[in-house]
Design a binder for this molecule. Structure first.
Ligand code: DGL
Length: 270
């Protein structure tokens, strides 16, 4: 057993959608969360920059003696090469493999859609991983960058006209291609799951990578005998790289419950 915290990082606060699922599945695990709010977004940056930032984020979390690191960020998960994540020398998972495995176990017609940031989609990572699991799967992808600012600005109600319009435009191709499973490959997308589901209809299974990743994290902790023996509910320590005026409001949307504590600010450039 191991009572040390789990380290979770993201380009910003969206990664709290993954923390929400972790809390549900592993309610006694303490978490150190780092949101790189000073350098968000990652999804429009070059691979080189994303890898540099992600490595700094991981180094920062390792200074807390965490027992495991989770990249909640869809972009980091897709872009960071495995040889780099292995070099961290710590149990590590992103959302890419867990979400792909879940999608592959859910699809019946082997036609899987993936949405994410531009960097995630341009990386081709999801196609590669999905085809390694189901070689004759057909994978359809579309970058949906406008979903990120829509969510951050609160355009998230199920009947929000603008969000619906954008969703219809982005998702049209998946209807045409008759996908039966869609991976919500970006931290922000589970927040507008209802809007996406309304456009695609009930026949399409939506994969929330946070949920898939929480299951894998639990498996890893079980296998390595590192579950916490804490009886109290998890403590979350928040760190950000820029103080955001709306921290509590935005963090609470992503976490799905009120965030009571204030974050500490750190500068990873130094
Ligand atoms: N967290 C990012 C992701 O999941 C979305 C925001 C960004 O572009 O940094 O891909």
């Amino acid at each position: 057993l191991d009572n040390r915290p789990i380290g979770v990082f993201d380009s910003g606060l969206g990664g709290l959608t993954v923390v929400k699922q972790l809390k549900a599945l592993l309610p006694n695990e303490d978490i150190v969360y780092f949101g790189d709010t000073g350098r968000v977004p990652y999804g429009t940056r070059s691979n080189e920059t994303i890898i540099k930032y992600a490595t700094q984020d991981v180094n920062f979390l390792q200074s807390f003696d965490v027992k495991m690191i989770i990249a909640a960020c869809g972009t980091v998960s897709s872009v960071l090469p495995e040889e780099i994540s292995k070099s961290f020398n710590i149990d590590y998972t992103g959302v890419l493999l867990p979400a792909s495995q879940d999608a592959c176990s859910k699809t019946k017609n082997k036609r899987i859609g993936v949405i994410g940031t531009s960097a995630t989609i341009n990386s081709g990572a999801y196609e590669k991983v999905i085809k390694s699991i189901i070689p004759d799967a057909e994978v359809f992808t579309n970058a949906c960058p406008m979903f990120v600012p829509l969510v951050e600005n609160g355009f998230i109600e199920r009947d929000n006209k603008i969000a619906k319009l954008v969703a219809e435009d982005y998702l049209e191709m998946f209807k045409k291609e008759n996908v039966d499973t869609l991976i919500l490959g970006c931290t922000h997308f589970p927040i507008i799951k209802d809007i996406i589901g309304d456009v695609l209809g009930e026949s399409v299974t939506l994969i929330d990578p946070g949920f898939s990743t929480a299951k894998i994290a639990k498996d890893i902790l079980l296998k390595t005998n590192k579950l916490s023996e804490n009886q109290s509910t998890s403590d979350i320590n928040y760190f950000v790289s820029d103080t955001q005026s709306g921290f509590t409001k935005i963090a609470s949307i992503f976490l799905g419950e009120t965030v009571e504590t204030s974050p500490k600010t750190v500068d990873l450039n130094n």
